[in-house]
Design a protein around this ligand. Sequence first.
Ligand SMILES: Nc1ncnc2c1ncn2[C@@H]1O[C@H](COP(=O)(O)OP(=O)(O)OP(=O)(O)O)[C@@H](O)[C@H]1O
Length: 253
Amino acid sequence: MTPSPPVLSVSSLRKAYGDRMAVGGITFEVGRREVVGLLGPNGAGKSTTINMLLGVLEPTSGTIHIEGVDLASRRVQALERTNFAAVYAPLPGNLTVAQNLRVFGLIYGVKGLSARIEALLTEYDLQRFRDTKCGVLSSGEQTRVSLAKAMLNQPRLLLLDEPTASLDPATAVDIRDRIRAFARQGDSGVLWTSHNMYEVEAVCDRVLFMSRGKVLLQGDPKTLPGEHGHDTLEALFIAVANEPLALERPPAP
Ligand SMILES: Nc1ncnc2c1ncn2[C@@H]1O[C@H](COP(=O)(O)OP(=O)(O)OP(=O)(O)O)[C@@H](O)[C@H]1O
């Protein structure tokens, strides 16, 4: 039997804006049941990468396969396996929680939508907010709605851009537990960006360090700092952010 492909496979992915190389040829995978952290200083190329994975930005070159499906040539089939949540992409605030889930469920063509919505309202502890407009919910409640929306189509690839930014510690732990449970229970994988190194260490199975559009390091967040002479992930992050050239391979002669 052929092994099933990784949920995400990215090869030599580049995005240039004129002379500026926002993403400079990155290659990586996200496996099933794996939570991968995409780390890097401001301007490293994380959001550009996520936007290419979502089909929002067209790569300058390189390939993206989602469960083995080529995003460039089979866009619909690739994107129906994907979903996304980010604080900067809130759901329409004038629609209620239930209305938002219905609208997005219809867009995604979810079968048995009413039952799926009920299950998600229960799973994300949102039953009491079902008829509340999303715009008046607290940050933590809105994050739970965004995650419920992101789960509507039972994505194989879940992209999360700083999902716990602006949440209180207790709510952040709750959200992290839900996402880890999601990755553990099925055939899905998660790509997660965060600037919170404590969180990354607690949640991610593997991290990719990006700087200046390149992946400079990758590995287990618990052992990677020690392998590079640092005590903590935060210390390693600061070193990579300050001196990325020290870690880049010398150019070929
Ligand atoms: N439309 C654009 N035109 C020109 N340059 C761009 C454009 N979009 C992004 N860039 C540049 O590409 C680089 C990568 O930006 P990107 O937003 O991907 O970084 P990031 O790692 O997500 O940063 P942050 O942590 O601050 O969100 C930056 O130098 C940015 O200025």
